[in-house]
Write a protein that binds this ligand. Structure first.
Ligand code: 4AD
Length: 587
């Protein structure tokens, strides 16, 4: 007997390929069964898997036949459309191949009869409007509209819209141009009609009032298309670890390059502020290879230096101190290294450390100086059109801080945290490691007490609630480095505090750490002893107290943290060229 075709009106399927019209894999409708198997000798249909299969009624068959005819027509139409599309695609491909083949015959030469073109960077074009210019750069954006090619050129200094039409848009290079190819162009720099815009000099394309009408151009280095195309290597959805591996390509983006440009402007502004009349500091360049520690042995990167033990510097402070008696107030912008296994958004293994040291000052002078340097530097950034535009592109709601900054003593901060119910992890007094709550399995949180190190999370919560820069000052001696000067007054429980301060910024937390330094050599020798530091290698640092000591103090500012605050970046990793953190030193 010929095999019937089965239909189950509740559990069957009409999705092509998902059912076979058998008893165990029935179709969903009779119409579909007739459509797929018009010559089948028999059809069996049931309402649902609990009913028996029966013959369909004549009227059901008639109705289904009508629908099946419709399906046949639809399928025929779809087939015809697919064939048409294929033919059109083939035609288009052949046409494109022909055009490409033809385009190989189109050669363009620079017309010697035209006025000479002035070579210029894209941020220096305004004075050349109406003239012929020669520009070089990379294809940042590409748009083809009818027979016109619009290229947004990027040269790192700015952006320029270049319009290729006529023969210059018909060469093989023009028809196969890809994003990120490097090109050279000449043409007339034409002012844009009123109301029209083209990309400008800062990161974000903004009006710059002109575009290049190209009369000649050439491709210097074609970037690949297809699989290897730039946009296939990375895009906004790429995984963070891929973005880290491809940092060299990420940097070509508008946002990343703007951050690095702003960083350059920021460093220049800091230098101008520090060397300017108000502060008169001299820049020095201390070494990175050192044989002494500054901020505790646990974060030192150790290396072998011609058979001796040496470290990558944690801070240039000790060297800056030695400069006071020869150069007066000094500062440096130097890399510092911290071997802390911190994966937070504000920790780097290598960071740019702006440090300054000032002689014959008081603790109050120190905080006033830090505040002034920061505010004057921000003023400089805002006064310069380029850095101002970069800043507002990255951080549209930026508002400069107002002086004076809030000053909050460590002891008051402990009370403040408790009043705001911001808790502290309970720590084992012997090991310092957090104690877990056996019921919840989470770290047990308790009120803060004097002597506690304020944890990063608590510090950030506090800064964000206060919402403006805060100097936390007067930390307990035990929490701070060996070189810090102690405060005269002691705490209620006899605690010894130091003339130390951290400047906290909303969104980032600590950006500056500073202090007055022990100026007395006996006191310094006692501090080495207390911390278990061999004074031998520090002879040059101790001599500073021996040969004409002075009250002095200084600070270190994390440039990446400052930039993260200024440009409203989520992490310090975005704020340097090639960030280093635990496990990453590539590219
Ligand atoms: O508070 P710190 O450790 O202070 C010192 O190193 C002093 N010797 C500086 C001085 O007085 N000359 O570090 C100072 C600043 C911090 O406030 C922070 O901004 C930054 O350096 N910093 C880091 N930035 C990024 N990643 C890290 N791992 C950092 N550690 C410190």
């Amino acid at each position: 007997m010929a095999t019937p075709i089965y239909i189950d009106e509740s559990s069957g399927s009409d999705i092509p390929g998902s059912a076979h019209g058998t008893e165990t894999s029935p179709y969903h409708t009779l119409a579909y069964a007739l459509f797929t198997s018009p010559d089948a000798p028999k059809f069996l249909i049931r309402k649902d898997p609990n009913s028996p299969y029966t013959d369909p009624t004549q009227s059901a068959l008639k109705k289904a036949k009508k629908t099946a005819d419709g399906l046949v027509k639809k399928a025929k139409k779809a087939e015809e459309a697919a064939l048409k599309e294929q033919a059109e695609e083939k035609e288009a491909r052949e046409k494109r191949e022909k055009v490409l083949e033809e385009s190989k015959k189109v050669a363009i030469v620079e017309d010697p009869a035209l006025p000479p073109a002035t070579k210029a960077k894209l941020n220096a074009l305004e004075a050349l409007r109406g003239k012929r210019v020669r520009v070089f750069g990379w294809v940042h954006r590409l748009r083809v509209q009818k027979d016109i090619i619009f290229v947004v050129l990027r040269d790192g200094k700015g952006f320029l819209q270049c319009v290729l039409s006529g023969v210059v848009a018909q060469t093989y290079a023009a028809l196969t141009l890809t994003l990120e190819s490097s090109i050279e162009l000449t043409g007339t720099l034409t002012a844009l009609p009123e109301g029209k815009t083209a990309p400008g000099i800062s990161g974000k394309p903004e009006p710059n009032g002109h575009e290049l009408i190209v009369d000649w151009w050439k491709c210097i280095g074609a970037a690949p298309g297809g699989e290897e195309a730039f946009t296939n290597r990375l895009n906004e959805k790429s995984d963070p670890s891929i973005l880290s591996d491809l940092r060299h390509l990420v940097l070509r983006g508008e946002t990343s390059s703007s951050v690095i440009k702003l960083r350059s402007q920021l460093l220049a502004a800091f230098r101008d502020t520090l060397t300017g009349v108000n502060h008169g500091c001299m820049e020095v360049t201390p070494p990175c290879l050192v044989q002494t520690q500054v901020e505790g042995g646990s974060t030192l990167f150790e290396l072998t230096y011609y058979g001796q033990k040496a470290f990558l510097t944690q801070s240039s402070q000790l060297y800056l101190e030695t400069c006071l008696s020869s150069l007066g107030d000094v500062f440096c912008v130097q890399e510092s290294f911290r071997a802390e296994n911190s994966h937070t958004r504000r920790h780097l293994s290598e960071y740019t450390h702006l440090e300054a040291e000032l002689a014959f000052i008081t603790f109050d002078d120190l905080m006033t100086h830090i505040e002034a340097v920061i505010c004057e530097t921000v003023d400089r950034i805002l006064a310069n059109p380029l850095s101002r535009s970069l800043l507002y592109h990255l951080n549209p709601t930026f508002t400069p801080p107002t002086r004076p900054f809030l000053r909050l003593s460590y002891v008051s901060a402990i009370s403040w945290l408790n009043e705001h119910n911001i808790l502290h992890p309970l720590e084992d007094p012997l090991t310092g490691s957090p104690i877990l709550d056996p019921e919840t399995g989470k770290v047990k949180m308790v009120k803060h007490k004097v002597g506690d190190d304020i944890a990063e999370a608590a510090e950030r919560q506090m800064t964000d609630i206060i919402g403006r820069p805060v100097f936390l000052f007067g930390f307990p001696k035990e929490l701070k480095a060996f070189y810090m000067k102690r405060m005269e007054e002691v705490g209620e429980g006899g605690e010894v505090f130091t003339e130390s301060c951290d400047l906290l910024m909303p969104g980032v937390g600590e950006i500056v750490g500073g202090s007055m330094r022990i100026s007395d050599s006996e006191e310094l020798l006692a501090a080495y002893k207390r911390e278990g530091i061999d004074p031998g290698p520090y002879y040059w640092f101790t001599d500073q107290r021996k040969y004409g000591t002075c009250e002095h103090g200084g600070y270190g500012l994390g440039v990446e943290r400052f930039l993260a605050w200024l440009a409203n970046r989520y992490t310090v990793r975005e704020c340097c060229l090639y960030p280093r953190w635990p496990g990453r030193a590539t590219p």
